[in-house]
Design a protein around this ligand. Sequence first.
Ligand SMILES: Nc1ncnc2c1ncn2[C@@H]1O[C@H](COP(=O)(O)OP(=O)(O)OP(=O)(O)O)[C@@H](O)[C@H]1O
Ligand SMILES: [Mg+2]
Length: 361
Amino acid sequence: MNGAFSIYPRPGLARHYLDRLLTSPNRALSVFGPRQVGKTTLLQHDLAALAEREGIAALYVDFMASSNALELLNARLAQLVHEARMGLSKRRVKAAKAAGFGIDLEPAPSDPVSADPGVQLQNAFSTLNRLRPGVQLLLMLDEAQELVRQQEGERTMKAIRALFNTFQGQLLLLITGSSREGLLRLFGDRHRASFGLADHEDFQRLGRDFVEAKAAAFNKQRRQPIEIDTLYTAFQAMEHRPADFIAYLSFLAINEVRDVVGSVQVFLQTRYPTEAVRERFLRFTPLQRTVLTLLAEGPCQVASKATMDRVARELGAPVTAGGIRHALTSLPADVIANPARGHYEIVDAQLLAWLREADRE
Ligand SMILES: Nc1ncnc2c1ncn2[C@@H]1O[C@H](COP(=O)(O)OP(=O)(O)OP(=O)(O)O)[C@@H](O)[C@H]1O
Ligand SMILES: [Mg+2]
């Protein structure tokens, strides 16, 4: 259970979400957590299992999986209805056999179908309700910020809201995403169908107990164990991303590392080269970023009037040739070269590639 790569269970957090949904079933819950902190894992492992143990049907939908969210939701619910039917028919067959009857069952009544996907969603839930009377369904909608971006997003949210209102108390709605702004727009923008549908919580990140559990086997292998507090500080430096931490333990096992916390950034740069470049770029001043973006298009005379005008326009503030020169010369030495008077070029290949790519997007 506590192997280096196994999922560290979070029963307390799963319990917390389920209890919250059960105590206020007329309010959905939206949960924001940054990338890679373990949201999906919690939903698919801990929460789905807990719900099933309590007799609550659980359905997980990842809106990243399709650009047609409503169709996806319908398909996933149809699958659940199918499974409920199969479960039921197995039980019926068993019961019939036990009673010594034949197994000719009455054909199931055909399900109502509608061409309107919103109506179809309601039909599917009604069917589920017929197969499992009074069923409670925990609907977990992951990557919900996609609904803000997708063309069909608003229609999907309308259908979800209608389903939620029609089957009050039977539908437990948990919505998660990795864009706080996206989630807040979904539920805080009064022009949207989903306005006011959900309360909001931040996703609780993994803590010291996770570090302790993962470090136990690791420390056993070492002549000199690393203090849990030190490892926890390293975990915080990687913003509580569990997969990063597990990979970092492997990194520590094969590399001679003196400064466990200080080496986190170096490790992350090897793991996420693009992200590292972006973070580095964002630490430059606005003027430096503007000039670098310009230089990424090719070498140019930075003090020419054309360049100065363009920089001023993009920066939204007046600039001087001296200001540009200072911005460039105060960059770290490995970023640019100054092969001829007034000529600058980016020599950091990674940064250059990243800027050119960012420009294409
Ligand atoms: N409780 C856990 N124990 C061990 N590893 C975990 C745990 N939770 C998540 N992970 C690992 O961390 C990585 C990210 O997890 P997950 O995909 O659940 O995060 P997420 O928050 O949904 O990320 P994203 O925002 O990118 O969708 C995965 O490799 C997963 O296996
Ligand atoms: Mg996820």
